[in-house]
Design a protein around this ligand. Structure first.
Ligand code: APR
Length: 228
């Protein structure tokens, strides 16, 4: 039976595709206050600002492609049972061809009803105040905002609890509850942290192997190492 590889990904894995990360210099939040564009209060206060922010990000996403880091994780499926748990709202893992992708923080190319959280549809255009669900309630971006519950968290915790190997890729591990998922990995699991600037992750209370550099270079090299 194949060993289980669980990969926790963050914005850094998509950096080489041309999408900005959040907390690096010149990061996505730099031009915006989180409170203005990514909270339920922001949505109540100024829907158009929130819609504009996500419309712009959706347009950018449609112009970029998966990079060698995303493709390397597809290659790992030849040797491992791979589950990806991503904090990213892009769909680059799916476009690369990964089979099992769980989105903790929602998906940019989907919209959901403001009244019925189960009503979720594909959405690729610009979203406006006039977009409605089948009951004529307004749609909103299918994004988990700061201050909202993370509905996929229990599923993610169950997945990582089964891991033999864990990769943490391109995330500053500063946002909870996503960052706490590593605590669910079993003690025997090997943990590898792959990040351009892994300095932030000292708080992880277990032995980890740190790989400092670009995910698009390190993941293909790790694939060779694991499979040679
Ligand atoms: N390869 C690997 N890592 C990289 C690369 C790269 N090419 N470029 C940047 N990084 C690393 C940075 O060093 C940083 O540790 O990616 C990480 C990005 O961290 P953040 O910008 O904080 O993004 P992330 O951890 O995904 O943010 C988590 O916070 O803003 C919210 O909901 C949003 O899902 C997001 C969550």
């Amino acid at each position: 039976m194949k060993e289980k590889l669980v990969v926790l990904t963050g914005a850094g894995i998509s950096a080489e595709s041309g999408l900005k990360t959040f907390r690096d210099a010149d990061g996505l939040w730099e031009g915006h206050r989180i409170e203005d564009v990514a909270t339920p209060e922001a949505w109540q206060r100024n829907k158009q600002l929130v819609l504009d922010f996500y419309n712009e990000r959706r347009r950018q996403l449609l112009q970029v492609k998966p990079n060698p880091a995303h493709f390397a994780l597809v290659d790992f499926e030849k040797h491992f049972h791979v589950n990806i748990i991503t904090q990213n709202v892009d769909d680059l893992h799916e476009r690369a061809g990964s089979s099992n992708v769980l989105h903790l923080h929602g998906e940019l190319r989907k919209a959901r009803s403001t009244r019925n959280y189960k009503y979720v549809i594909d959405f690729d255009g610009d979203m406006s105040d006039s977009n409605r669900d089948d009951q004529n309630h307004p749609l909103r971006p299918h994004i988990v905002w700061f201050g909202e519950a993370v509905p996929e968290l229990p599923n993610a915790a169950n997945i990582i609890a089964e891991a033999d190997v864990v990769f943490i890729v391109g995330t500053s591990m500063q946002v909870y509850p996503a960052a706490s998922l590593i605590d669910y990995a079993p003690p025997h699991a090997q943990v590898h942290y792959i990040d351009l600037n892994p300095a932030e992750v000292r708080h992880i209370r277990r032995k980890i192997s740190i790989h400092s550099g670009k995910a698009a270079e390190i993941l293909p090299a790790l694939f060779q190492k694991f499979t040679s």
